[in-house]
Design a protein around this ligand. Sequence first.
Ligand code: GSH
Length: 216
Amino acid sequence: MLKLCGFAASNYYNKVKIALLEKEVAFEEELVWVGGIDKSLSPLGKVPYLLTEQGAISESNVILEYLEEQYPHKSLLPTDPYQRAKVREVVIHFELYIELVARALFPEALLGGKVSDETKEKVKKQLDRNIIAFSRLVKFDQPYLVSKEMSFADCAALVHFPLISNVTKTIYGKDIFTDLPIHEYMTRVGNRPYMIRMNSDRKANTELLIARVKGS
Ligand SMILES: N[C@@H](CCC(=O)N[C@@H](CS)C(=O)NCC(=O)O)C(=O)O
Protein backbone atom coordinates (compact mmCIF):
# COMPACT_ATOMS: atom_id res chain seq x y z
CA MET A 1 0.00 0.00 0.00
CA LEU A 2 1.17 3.56 -0.63
CA LYS A 3 2.72 5.28 2.37
CA LEU A 4 2.62 9.05 2.74
CA CYS A 5 5.58 10.12 4.85
CA GLY A 6 6.01 13.40 6.69
CA PHE A 7 4.03 15.30 9.29
CA ALA A 8 0.47 16.57 9.18
CA ALA A 9 1.34 20.17 10.12
CA SER A 10 3.01 20.51 6.70
CA ASN A 11 0.96 22.18 4.00
CA TYR A 12 2.80 20.25 1.26
CA TYR A 13 2.08 17.00 3.06
CA ASN A 14 -1.60 17.94 3.31
CA LYS A 15 -1.78 18.89 -0.36
CA VAL A 16 -0.82 15.32 -1.28
CA LYS A 17 -3.12 13.91 1.42
CA ILE A 18 -6.07 15.81 -0.11
CA ALA A 19 -5.27 14.37 -3.55
CA LEU A 20 -5.14 10.83 -2.12
CA LEU A 21 -8.42 11.30 -0.22
CA GLU A 22 -10.12 12.99 -3.17
CA LYS A 23 -9.07 10.17 -5.49
CA GLU A 24 -10.03 7.57 -2.86
CA VAL A 25 -6.66 5.84 -3.19
CA ALA A 26 -5.79 3.63 -0.19
CA PHE A 27 -2.76 4.86 1.73
CA GLU A 28 -1.09 4.76 5.12
CA GLU A 29 0.65 7.62 6.87
CA GLU A 30 4.06 7.49 8.51
CA LEU A 31 5.08 10.28 10.86
CA VAL A 32 8.54 11.48 9.89
CA TRP A 33 9.98 14.74 11.22
CA VAL A 34 12.41 16.93 9.34
CA GLY A 35 15.89 16.08 10.57
CA GLY A 36 15.19 12.37 10.73
CA ILE A 37 14.71 11.79 7.03
CA ASP A 38 16.58 9.15 5.06
CA LYS A 39 18.12 11.17 2.20
CA SER A 40 17.94 8.18 -0.11
CA LEU A 41 14.15 8.61 0.10
CA SER A 42 13.97 12.42 -0.01
CA PRO A 43 17.30 13.87 -1.19
CA LEU A 44 16.97 17.24 0.52
CA GLY A 45 15.36 15.78 3.62
CA LYS A 46 12.04 17.47 2.82
CA VAL A 47 8.51 16.20 3.38
CA PRO A 48 6.32 14.89 2.00
CA TYR A 49 7.61 11.85 0.21
CA LEU A 50 5.60 8.91 -0.97
CA LEU A 51 6.68 5.29 -0.64
CA THR A 52 5.44 3.16 -3.53
CA GLU A 53 6.11 -0.50 -4.32
CA GLN A 54 8.85 0.67 -6.69
CA GLY A 55 10.50 3.15 -4.32
CA ALA A 56 10.20 6.67 -2.95
CA ILE A 57 9.09 9.88 -4.69
CA SER A 58 9.77 13.35 -3.27
CA GLU A 59 8.37 16.77 -4.28
CA SER A 60 4.64 17.19 -3.80
CA ASN A 61 3.88 18.23 -7.38
CA VAL A 62 5.72 15.24 -8.77
CA ILE A 63 3.78 13.02 -6.37
CA LEU A 64 0.50 14.52 -7.60
CA GLU A 65 1.48 13.85 -11.22
CA TYR A 66 2.39 10.25 -10.29
CA LEU A 67 -0.96 9.74 -8.55
CA GLU A 68 -2.78 11.13 -11.56
CA GLU A 69 -1.03 8.74 -13.96
CA GLN A 70 -1.17 5.71 -11.70
CA TYR A 71 -4.76 6.29 -10.56
CA PRO A 72 -6.48 8.12 -13.42
CA HIS A 73 -9.98 7.64 -11.99
CA LYS A 74 -11.39 10.72 -10.22
CA SER A 75 -8.99 12.84 -12.20
CA LEU A 76 -7.55 16.03 -10.71
CA LEU A 77 -6.59 17.47 -14.10
CA PRO A 78 -8.87 18.67 -16.91
CA THR A 79 -8.74 16.67 -20.17
CA ASP A 80 -7.78 19.61 -22.38
CA PRO A 81 -3.97 20.13 -22.53
CA TYR A 82 -4.29 23.92 -22.35
CA GLN A 83 -6.51 23.70 -19.25
CA ARG A 84 -4.09 21.21 -17.70
CA ALA A 85 -1.29 23.69 -18.25
CA LYS A 86 -3.38 26.45 -16.61
CA VAL A 87 -3.90 24.28 -13.52
CA ARG A 88 -0.13 23.68 -13.26
CA GLU A 89 0.55 27.38 -13.84
CA VAL A 90 -1.62 28.32 -10.84
CA VAL A 91 0.11 25.78 -8.59
CA ILE A 92 3.56 27.07 -9.61
CA HIS A 93 2.54 30.69 -9.01
CA PHE A 94 1.02 29.83 -5.66
CA GLU A 95 4.06 27.94 -4.43
CA LEU A 96 7.00 29.83 -5.92
CA TYR A 97 5.69 33.37 -5.62
CA ILE A 98 3.37 33.27 -2.60
CA GLU A 99 4.00 30.27 -0.32
CA LEU A 100 7.78 30.29 -0.62
CA VAL A 101 7.89 34.06 -0.08
CA ALA A 102 5.54 33.94 2.95
CA ARG A 103 7.59 31.02 4.38
CA ALA A 104 10.16 33.57 5.61
CA LEU A 105 7.51 34.67 8.15
CA PHE A 106 6.79 31.16 9.51
CA PRO A 107 9.46 31.18 12.27
CA GLU A 108 7.70 34.08 14.01
CA ALA A 109 4.10 33.46 12.96
CA LEU A 110 4.02 29.74 13.71
CA LEU A 111 7.00 28.68 15.76
CA GLY A 112 7.52 31.31 18.45
CA GLY A 113 10.70 32.73 16.89
CA LYS A 114 11.52 36.22 15.59
CA VAL A 115 11.71 37.65 12.07
CA SER A 116 13.41 41.01 11.41
CA ASP A 117 11.37 44.09 10.46
CA GLU A 118 13.43 44.34 7.29
CA THR A 119 12.38 40.81 6.24
CA LYS A 120 8.75 41.54 7.07
CA GLU A 121 8.80 44.64 4.89
CA LYS A 122 10.54 42.91 2.00
CA VAL A 123 8.13 39.94 2.13
CA LYS A 124 5.10 42.25 2.25
CA LYS A 125 6.20 44.08 -0.91
CA GLN A 126 6.75 40.83 -2.78
CA LEU A 127 3.47 39.32 -1.60
CA ASP A 128 1.48 42.43 -2.57
CA ARG A 129 2.88 42.28 -6.09
CA ASN A 130 2.66 38.49 -6.47
CA ILE A 131 -0.92 38.22 -5.19
CA ILE A 132 -2.06 40.70 -7.84
CA ALA A 133 -0.37 38.47 -10.43
CA PHE A 134 -1.98 35.37 -8.91
CA SER A 135 -5.43 36.94 -9.01
CA ARG A 136 -5.06 37.34 -12.77
CA LEU A 137 -4.82 33.56 -13.10
CA VAL A 138 -7.65 32.28 -10.90
CA LYS A 139 -11.42 32.54 -10.99
CA PHE A 140 -13.64 32.75 -7.96
CA ASP A 141 -16.97 32.80 -9.81
CA GLN A 142 -17.04 29.06 -10.45
CA PRO A 143 -16.91 26.22 -8.00
CA TYR A 144 -13.18 25.57 -8.42
CA LEU A 145 -10.10 27.72 -8.86
CA VAL A 146 -9.21 27.00 -12.48
CA SER A 147 -11.50 24.43 -14.03
CA LYS A 148 -15.07 23.28 -13.57
CA GLU A 149 -13.89 20.28 -11.59
CA MET A 150 -11.58 19.96 -8.59
CA SER A 151 -7.93 20.02 -9.69
CA PHE A 152 -4.37 20.10 -8.34
CA ALA A 153 -4.86 23.86 -7.99
CA ASP A 154 -7.60 23.27 -5.40
CA CYS A 155 -5.51 20.69 -3.53
CA ALA A 156 -2.88 23.43 -3.19
CA ALA A 157 -5.33 26.24 -2.44
CA LEU A 158 -7.12 24.33 0.33
CA VAL A 159 -3.90 24.14 2.31
CA HIS A 160 -2.01 27.29 1.30
CA PHE A 161 -4.87 29.83 1.54
CA PRO A 162 -5.70 29.30 5.24
CA LEU A 163 -2.06 28.96 6.26
CA ILE A 164 -0.89 32.13 4.52
CA SER A 165 -3.97 34.07 5.65
CA ASN A 166 -3.18 33.18 9.25
CA VAL A 167 0.52 33.89 8.93
CA THR A 168 0.00 37.33 7.38
CA LYS A 169 -2.76 38.20 9.88
CA THR A 170 -0.36 37.38 12.70
CA ILE A 171 2.57 39.33 11.27
CA TYR A 172 0.86 42.32 9.62
CA GLY A 173 -2.46 42.41 11.46
CA LYS A 174 -4.10 42.03 8.06
CA ASP A 175 -4.87 39.06 5.82
CA ILE A 176 -2.83 39.44 2.65
CA PHE A 177 -5.71 37.83 0.68
CA THR A 178 -8.26 40.29 1.99
CA ASP A 179 -9.23 41.50 -1.51
CA LEU A 180 -9.91 37.97 -2.77
CA PRO A 181 -13.09 36.03 -1.85
CA ILE A 182 -11.17 33.15 -0.32
CA HIS A 183 -13.52 32.79 2.62
CA GLU A 184 -16.38 31.92 0.24
CA TYR A 185 -14.05 29.66 -1.72
CA MET A 186 -12.94 27.81 1.42
CA THR A 187 -16.53 27.41 2.58
CA ARG A 188 -17.58 26.08 -0.82
CA VAL A 189 -14.65 23.78 -1.67
CA GLY A 190 -13.30 23.08 1.80
CA ASN A 191 -16.51 21.49 3.08
CA ARG A 192 -15.58 18.00 1.92
CA PRO A 193 -16.07 15.45 4.73
CA TYR A 194 -12.38 14.39 4.70
CA MET A 195 -11.30 17.97 5.47
CA ILE A 196 -12.57 17.51 9.04
CA ARG A 197 -10.16 14.62 9.62
CA MET A 198 -7.38 16.42 7.81
CA ASN A 199 -7.74 19.57 9.85
CA SER A 200 -7.91 17.74 13.15
CA ASP A 201 -4.76 15.75 12.22
CA ARG A 202 -3.09 19.03 11.26
CA LYS A 203 -3.99 20.76 14.54
CA ALA A 204 -2.84 17.86 16.71
CA ASN A 205 0.42 17.58 14.80
CA THR A 206 1.03 21.35 14.91
CA GLU A 207 0.94 21.18 18.72
CA LEU A 208 3.53 18.40 18.64
CA LEU A 209 5.68 20.38 16.22
CA ILE A 210 5.60 23.51 18.41
CA ALA A 211 6.51 21.44 21.47
CA ARG A 212 9.44 19.90 19.55
CA VAL A 213 10.69 23.31 18.39
CA LYS A 214 10.41 24.77 21.91
CA GLY A 215 12.19 21.76 23.38
CA SER A 216 15.08 21.90 20.94
N1 GSH B 1 8.97 21.75 -2.99
C1 GSH B 1 8.69 20.86 -1.88
C2 GSH B 1 8.51 21.68 -0.61
C3 GSH B 1 8.32 20.80 0.60
C4 GSH B 1 8.72 21.52 1.87
O1 GSH B 1 9.28 22.61 1.86
N2 GSH B 1 8.42 20.87 2.98
C5 GSH B 1 8.82 21.42 4.26
C6 GSH B 1 7.77 21.11 5.31
S1 GSH B 1 6.28 22.01 4.99
C7 GSH B 1 10.12 20.76 4.65
O2 GSH B 1 10.31 19.57 4.48
N3 GSH B 1 11.05 21.57 5.17
C8 GSH B 1 12.32 21.10 5.64
C9 GSH B 1 13.46 21.60 4.84
O3 GSH B 1 13.27 22.36 3.87
O4 GSH B 1 14.58 21.25 5.18
C10 GSH B 1 7.43 20.05 -2.18
O5 GSH B 1 6.59 20.54 -2.94
O6 GSH B 1 7.31 18.91 -1.69
